[in-house]
Design a protein around this ligand. Sequence first.
Ligand SMILES: Nc1ncnc2c1ncn2[C@@H]1O[C@H](COP(=O)(O)OP(=O)(O)O)[C@@H](O)[C@H]1O
Ligand SMILES: [Mg+2]
Length: 253
Amino acid sequence: MTKPMSKTSAGAAVIVRDLVKRFGTLKVLDGVSLEIQRGQMVAIVGRSGSGKSTLLRCMNALETIDEGTLQVCGHDVSSRDRLVVRELRRDVGIVFQSYNLFPHLTVERNITLALTSVKKLSKHEAQKVAHKVLALVGLSEKAQSYPEQLSGGQSQRVAIARSLAMAPQLMLFDEVTSALDPELTGEVLKVMEDLKRQGMTMVLVTHEMAFARRVADIVVFMHKGQVWEMGPPEELFTRPRTAEFAQFISSGL
Ligand SMILES: Nc1ncnc2c1ncn2[C@@H]1O[C@H](COP(=O)(O)OP(=O)(O)O)[C@@H](O)[C@H]1O
Ligand SMILES: [Mg+2]
């Protein structure tokens, strides 16, 4: 966890080329190409239904892809090889809007569960990792609490900590603050900003435009299943190249 980038040095963490994804006859991703460098934070924005979640889910092999190629943390996701998928999931963490914590387990146990069962760490080692990641998200004092005793923002930070405990090289966040009140949103955004400072590679789908503009290295605007605009936020937000993006940012979404 201390060195999320240690496994591989500089270079691309994600390479997407001409990616096509269909649900039945609906083309949800229509030729998406993009590259994400290690250590970068990429924010994906766009209207509901533009394919943001699907793109993120493809990166973790939660969706199969129909055309094109996709490389994530050195794994060829398009191969659909079971072993590749297993290795991929070990390197990639994903956090959703819903935290999916086990209500009957303490915060600490929610985090150590996969460490002891999947990673085969001893209980003591797993607890050490849990305390480390809880400190990272500022919740050391909540280790023995149960999910119902936490606020939404704290729950989401535990969900992030649980994912970090697996020492991923890449973190995917799908609208992790969308269910939170503004004041709780801030504490979760701060955790993501801290992670970026520590060198974690991150892709986040978000409606927090001010955050994306201030913190992300690259903003990707998706429209109709395509990368409609992409670039450094200052450039993109000051001079939108397309009417669609200009309209999107002026609508305050
Ligand atoms: N499992 C699915 N089966 C059928 N259609 C889906 C499925 N998942 C998403 N879609 C459709 O794909 C399109 C893109 O969805 P999504 O990637 O969730 O968009 P976004 O995250 O940008 O709101 C939408 O039209 C949505 O209804
Ligand atoms: Mg979505």
